[in-house]
Ligand binder design. Structure first.
Ligand code: GTP
Ligand code: MG
Length: 228
């Protein structure tokens, strides 16, 4: 008999409930592991920011947001992509169950933070999507990394995937509002959806120009310490 089933039966659950509860327990455990992986990545980023703050009076990271994907969204995504909806399938087929969003001040900070994170010897960089150099057609900008990080438990270590989205405050401003608008109403249901899409894209362009201008102001002022 499996350990979890025995544990559940000791708690006087009916036999018929054991398989369901055993699955639920495994899922809960997997989500716990993802949330630990998020904490590991967050700590690394906070350490970087603290060190740079003390050494160079520089804070490349404005703030960090994290989330574990909700069970409903996990199931929906697996289903949509034609994968089996199971615990093994989550680990094998999804890269974004654990999500960390890093909001930086300047564009250069994004690439510095990404480089610094990827070079840590316990982190494996699996994928990079640069939507800053190559924005999405709708105007979306961000640097996306998929990293693998070991999390140490009593029974050994588990390597977990974490999606890290790194963007400026300005990029986050646009992405947050665009996301809200898209969720409030499906743009396809609106008559002039194309014009609205174009307007949103223009907003993204304006914001991107401002980001570049802020970056160049920083360079003029000379508050710039390159990370090695
Ligand atoms: P997903 O199924 O969305 O995860 O696509 P993907 O696996 O190809 O990943 P991609 O790197 O393109 O985007 C992943 C995540 O980036 C999304 O879950 C969002 O958080 C964010 N994102 C991507 N495109 C957009 C966009 O157009 N608008 C906003 N607001 N966020 C976006
Ligand atoms: Mg995603």
């Amino acid at each position: 008999m499996e350990k979890e089933t025995r544990y559940l039966q000791n708690r006087l659950l009916p036999d018929s409930a054991a398989p369901l509860f055993s699955q639920a327990k495994k899922f809960e455990e997997l989500m716990m592991v993802y949330s630990c992986a998020i904490r590991e990545v967050r700590t690394k980023l906070e350490v970087l920011n603290d060190e740079l703050s003390v050494r160079y009076n520089r804070n490349p990271i404005e703030f960090i947001k994290t989330r574990v994907k909700k069970p409903v969204s996990i199931a929906k995504k697996l289903e949509q992509r034609g994968f089996e909806v199971s615990i093994e399938s989550v680990q094998n087929n999804l890269n974004d169950v654990a999500g960390v969003r890093v909001i930086c001040c300047f564009i250069d900070d994004i690439y510095d933070v990404a480089r610094w994170l990827a070079k840590q010897d316990d982190i494996k960089l699996l994928e990079v999507k640069d939507y800053i150099r190559h924005p999405k057609p709708n105007g979306y900008r961000s640097l996306h990394l998929i990293v693998e990080i070991p999390v140490f438990f009593s029974e050994g270590k588990k390597k977990m995937k974490v999606e890290v989205q790194i963007r400026t405050i300005a990029m986050d401003f646009w992405a947050s509002l665009e996301h809200q608008l898209r969720y409030k109403k499906d743009l396809h249901d609106i008559e002039d959806s194309e014009a609205i899409g174009e307007e949103l894209r223009q907003c993204a362009e304006t914001i991107a120009k401002t980001d570049i201008q802020m970056q160049s102001i920083r360079e003029k002022i000379g508050v710039f310490t390159e990370l090695t």
